[in-house]
Design a protein around this ligand. Structure first.
Ligand SMILES: Cc1ncc(COP(=O)(O)O)c(C=O)c1O
Length: 337
């Protein structure tokens, strides 16, 4: 069966549905950020210098190791265009764009599919792989792999791409490799989309050895990242914004625990363990129409079967505020009754 790698949560939305399908933080961007972005001078061409320096300072890197991109999505494309892997391996289940970008650039892709409970098993990645791509924390499993286990995949002659679009969901980012300059061929991708509710702005960045940054930059269109996106990168890398994101991570953990606690008495639902991000992965065996039934009752959830390694029994559900969660769980129970 071919999997639709181009399917994303936003296609599940429709007017009037409660959005549990898209994993962008709700209620964002904050007022202060909106106001700052509205004040950006749009008449000038974008200059990435300040954003590059701000990102470098935030992660303890040299500016030569930073490339601003139009979201992590652009970074996948730049990697696929700039690199010439002999054996590319994508660790699944994960966000499908890395694989889609590699295929679009004409590369063959080998899948390394992790089984439930979706923990990274480095021995499953073939030694001969010279490009390895994974997400941490991982969409859609919500699992955050240990940094030492992820780091063990790096070696000379291999590019290791770690998509950390959801790193800020975990307070203090203990498993992030963003600051690691010692690992050969490590590319870390970050996004402003999820934490700051900036999906429409297209803002993200690459952290990598300077030679890799230079190669990726040469594949990037001129002025690819807009002035508001660059301004957002400056602002979201300030210590005050990093502290705000860390406070959100605490609140997110509380809300996620509440959602999982409400779900746990429901026999028909099994949650993938070890959730760390702004969504949980649920399995409902024996209820094939559950997603459609939820939709009929006003809830959009993300289908699981377009992620390699999952099937139609899996659904990804965003963590929202308590009131939304409680109503959702009540609806779920009614459907399963
Ligand atoms: C794991 C993961 N990485 C990257 C992205 C894309 O991020 P951006 O908006 O920065 O392109 C997404 C979007 O859903 C995602 O889930």
């Amino acid at each position: 069966m071919t999997i639709d790698l181009d399917h994303h949560g936003d296609t599940e939305l429709a007017p009037g549905l409660v959005d549990l399908a898209v994993n962008v933080r709700a209620g964002m961007p904050p007022r202060w950020l909106r106001d700052e972005l509205a004040a950006v001078d749009l008449a000038r061409y974008p200059d990435p210098t300040a954003a590059t320096e701000a990102v470098a300072a935030r992660h303890g890197r040299d500016p030569s190791e930073v490339l601003l991109t139009a979201g992590a999505a652009e970074a996948f494309v730049l990697i696929a265009r700039a690199l010439r892997p002999r054996q590319a391996v994508v660790v699944h289940p994960q966000f499908t764009e890395p694989e889609a970008a590699l295929r679009a650039a004409g590369h063959e892709v080998n899948r390394c599919v992790l089984a439930y409970p979706f923990e990274l098993a480095p021995e499953l990645v073939p030694e001969s792989a010279d490009l390895v791509m994974l997400g941490n924390p991982t969409n859609p499993t919500s699992v955050c792999h240990r940094s030492d286990v992820v780091a063990s995949l790096a070696r000379p002659g291999r590019t290791l791409v770690v998509d950390e679009a959801f790193a800020e969901c975990v307070r203090g980012e203990p498993q992030s490799l963003a600051h690691r300059r010692d690992l050969p061929g490590l590319i870390v991708l970050r996004s402003l989309t999820k934490t700051w509710g900036l999906a429409g702005l297209r803002a993200g960045y690459v952290l990598a050895p300077a030679a890799i940054v230079t190669a990726l930059r040469s594949a990037q269109p001129l002025w690819a990242v807009s002035s508001p996106a660059l301004r957002a990168a400056v602002l979201c890398c300030q210590p005050v914004a990093v502290a705000e994101a860390a406070r959100w991570a605490i609140e997110l953990q509380r809300e996620r625990e509440h959602l999982l606690a409400r779900l746990s008495p429901i026999d028909e639902i099994r949650a993938a363990p070890g959730a760390t991000a702004s969504f949980v992965l649920l399995q409902a065996v024996g209820h094939p129409g559950l997603r459609e039934s939820l939709r009929e009752r006003g809830y959009a959830v993300r289908r699981g079967d377009t992620f390699p390694g999952l099937d139609q029994t899996w659904l990804r559900v965003a963590v929202r505020d308590r009131a939304t969660t409680d109503l959702f769980v009540e609806t779920l129970k009614e459907i399963l009754k």
